[in-house]
Design a protein around this ligand. Structure first.
Ligand code: FES
Ligand SMILES: [Fe+2]
Length: 403
């Protein structure tokens, strides 16, 4: 893809039209197939071709700060349970959460501290935080059991700007996988971010339906007409125009710039300004709001604040072709006083309402598509990232062929 541009004002000082089709002519402008959003066969292929080789964000290092801390992530789409632990050397390691004896799940709780050792509840095999098998009850009654060869099965794991990624069947290193996005986000005060809130929402929608609903600015003028009317650069009719759209090997970035004519209410102004008492945190941002889709199912959303920047993440975890677990996380730098805490809470509640608005169409779109009344999705220019995402999915899975 070509180098980035920014929204070019027209002679009337309005942002231009069809900018992203001009920037990315190879992306095309045709309607896209609806069937991959409802096809059980396509979903089965996604398990193997998208999610197993993909690098998946399973948490943040701030959740396991001490030696012996662990978290467990169920990855239903891969039929996998992943155990991520911090060792006494500070290194974060990932393993299959599966005992080497007869395959029992080693930990069933979502997180905790193991004090150095994890013992399987079935027969008592015990492992250390490096995954090595350390003790076996009644070991002498086994036959040539070599403990050093029967530790936990490791999983490729990387910590990037605090975010923990794993891959079950990597085809390339994380550095190669994240290339482009990684370079843009090098530096910045990511170390100041801590997890403040987490929401889990199970929805009757395909994971791509839920993700698509976030991955464009066209819906803002309608779905968010009360929460963010003309907050970002818009046409005279109030239609949002992204400041920039970029595509990487698999990932994408939408950037929005603040609309200088937007007039926040007095309350919004006050709450937006009182957060000065938080720890310094500036992220390497391109605009006032940056929306990164890290393929396949992770969204990094950065907000430029007056006092400090904030981060929200989305994970869209497929459970079935028509069921998704939507995980929303809010990250903030530590507040140093009550005003900062209230200012941050205001921002989180504001976003939570917007995400509720987003969610209002996930299940209804899925139901509409499932009826097969429509065979195609008709995308406009501000939905270019949706088009690109589906193109990348298709490159992994193979083109969907209608019978
Ligand atoms: S299955 Fe874990 S000790 Fe037997
Ligand atoms: Fe939205």
């Amino acid at each position: 893809m070509r180098a980035d541009t920014t929204v070019a004002p027209t002679s009337s000082n309005q942002p231009g039209d069809k900018l992203w089709a001009k920037k990315f002519p190879e992306l095309g402008t045709e309607p896209i197939e609806a069937e991959p959003l409802i096809s059980p066969e396509f979903f089965e292929l996604e398990r193997e071709r998208v999610f197993r080789p993909g690098w998946l964000c399973v948490g943040h290092s701030c959740e396991i700060p001490a030696a012996g801390d662990y978290l467990v992530k169920e990855i239903a789409v891969c039929d996998a349970s992943i155990l991520v632990m911090r060792g006494p050397d500070g290194v974060v390691r990932g393993f299959h959460n599966v005992c080497s004896h007869r395959g029992n799940k080693l930990r069933t709780d979502p997180k905790g501290n193991c004090r150095g050792y994890l013992t399987c509840g079935f027969h008592g095999w015990t492992y250390d935080t490096r995954g090595q098998l350390r003790s076996v009850p009644d070991e002498r009654n086994f036959f040539n059991l070599n403990k050093s060869e029967n530790g936990l099965t490791p999983v490729a794991t990387e910590v990037w700007n605090g975010f923990i990624f794993i891959s079950l069947a990597p085809r390339e290193s994380f550095k190669q996988y994240i290339d482009g996005v990684g370079t843009l986000l090098d530096g910045g005060d990511f170390g100041q971010l801590t997890l403040r809130r987490r929401y889990l929402i199970e929805e009757r929608a395909n994971w791509k339906t839920a993700l698509d609903a976030q991955n464009e600015g066209y819906h803002v003028a309608t779905q968010h007409r009360y929460m963010i009317p003309r907050l970002f650069t818009s046409t005279d009719e109030g239609q949002l125009r992204s400041a920039d759209v970029r595509f990487f090997k698999r990932h994408s970035l939408l950037t929005c710039a603040l609309n200088p004519e937007c007039k926040p209410t007095q309350l919004e102004m006050t709450l937006g300004q009182i957060g000065n008492g938080a720890t310094q945190c500036r992220l390497p941002m391109q605009g006032a709001l940056d929306f990164y889709l890290v393929f396949p199912n992770f969204v990094l959303l950065f907000f430029r604040g007056r006092a400090h920047d904030s981060c929200v993440t989305h994970n869209f975890w497929p459970l079935a072709v028509d069921r998704t677990l939507w995980e929303i996380r809010f990250y903030e730098p530590a507040p140093q006083d009550a005003a900062a805490l209230i200012g941050q809470d205001f921002g989180q509640v504001w976003n939570r309402v917007i995400f509720d608005e987003d969610a209002s169409a996930h299940e209804t779109v899925q139901a509409g598509l499932k009826s097969r009344a429509k065979k195609y999705l008709i995308l406009q220019d501000e939905e270019a990232a949706v088009r690109y995402f589906h193109k990348v999915v298709e490159e992994h899975v193979g083109p969907y062929k209608r019978a």
